[in-house]
Design a protein around this ligand. Structure first.
Ligand code: RIB
Length: 316
């Protein structure tokens, strides 16, 4: 008898080089301020999620487009170093690897992405090149063109997860392919088309948005709320609020990616949605304690130990 195949997550998405400025505050439009430090690190929502998935011990392959510049080699090496398979990370002639220009201040960040090669895909065909039939979970975000994500979803025979970031209006057909749709409060308002009445973190506003998204075909919806945790509506329509795990926040960049990557990996490994999401909140909590989007370390034991430090007060 042949050995069972280990679970596989395929992440299709962006690879960026992050240029980070740390300052005490965000400049207002037209204002000049002095910052504290700068850093160039590896990022991109896709790459960050692939690294998070691989870190919990699940085989993870990345499908992406990079340039032919020296930054592409750095990005590939960074993924390989974190045990992410990079055969699908394809250099595009004459293109530049994507960059993100990030300001970290006051426990938050702002990000402008220049997509570069992340927007250079063949205009037709399966962007997963057949990997969608092998993967237990395909995880996508929206830093690559929407039509690439739509074609990937169509080519995926396992579970398709979408982290709708950065937010755009997502067609119903793509929403209906989502086993899990993951948004933050801002993305929830854009994707659901329902600007929250009152605070988006208000559980009743989130429930309403989840109901609207499930009515459009998403099987389960998760809204991540930073320091307020996450709200999950599962395939049976049962909503659970997961508290965040307290952390001293240094840099929130990539915390949502840590959550999504771990969620995908643990679903592929057979966890329930709630179990996988709990581990995702632990990954998010670890990610914010460290500067950079990928520099924290969160293997499965570390995540379980982090979860064990709190007695979560989950609410239905
Ligand atoms: O989610 C954080 C990521 O967004 C950064 O790493 C940056 O590259 C942008 O893609």
């Amino acid at each position: 008898m042949s050995e069972p195949r280990p679970p596989l997550v395929v992440v299709i998405g962006s690879v960026n080089i992050d240029h980070v400025v740390v300052s005490d505050a965000f400049p207002a439009p037209g204002e000049t301020i002095l910052g504290r430090s700068t850093q160039v690190t590896l990022g991109g929502k896709g790459a960050n999620q692939a690294v998070a998935s691989s870190a919990v011990g699940v085989r993870t392959a990345m499908i992406a487009r990079v340039g032919t510049d020296p930054q592409a080699a750095l990005a590939r090496a960074g993924l390989l170093d974190r045990n992410v398979e990079v055969q699908g990370v394809v250099p595009v002639p004459d293109a530049e690897t994507g960059t993100a220009w990030i300001t970290v201040a006051a426990g938050d960040n702002t990000i402008i992405v220049i997509p570069g090669a992340n927007h250079e895909w063949p205009s037709q065909g399966d962007p997963l090149e057949g990997a969608g039939t092998e993967a237990d979970v395909v995880l996508a975000q929206l830093e690559v063109p929407l039509d690439v994500v739509e074609r990937a979803a169509a080519a995926c025979t396992g579970r398709f997860l979408l982290n709708a970031a950065p937010a755009v209006k997502v067609p119903d057909q793509l929403i209906s392919r989502c086993e899990v749709l993951i948004v933050n409060e801002h993305e929830q308002a854009v994707v659901s088309g329902q600007p929250a009445q009152g605070r988006a973190t208000d559980p009743s506003a989130v429930r309403k948005a989840h109901a609207a998204l499930r009515a459009r075909g998403a099987k389960a919806v998760i809204t991540t709320l930073g320091g307020a945790g996450a709200i999950i509506t599962d395939i049976d329509g049962i909503t659970t609020a997961l508290p965040a795990i307290p952390a001293e926040v240094r840099d929130t960049t990539g915390a949502g990616d840590a959550f999504a990557g771990v969620l995908a990996a643990r679903l592929a490994a057979g966890d329930s949605l709630l179990e996988a999401a709990r581990l995702g909140t632990a990954a998010g909590s670890l990610a914010v304690r460290t500067a950079g989007a990928q520099q924290y370390r969160a293997d499965l034991d570390t995540l379980r130990a982090t979860l064990a430090t709190v007695t979560p007060a989950e609410k239905g």
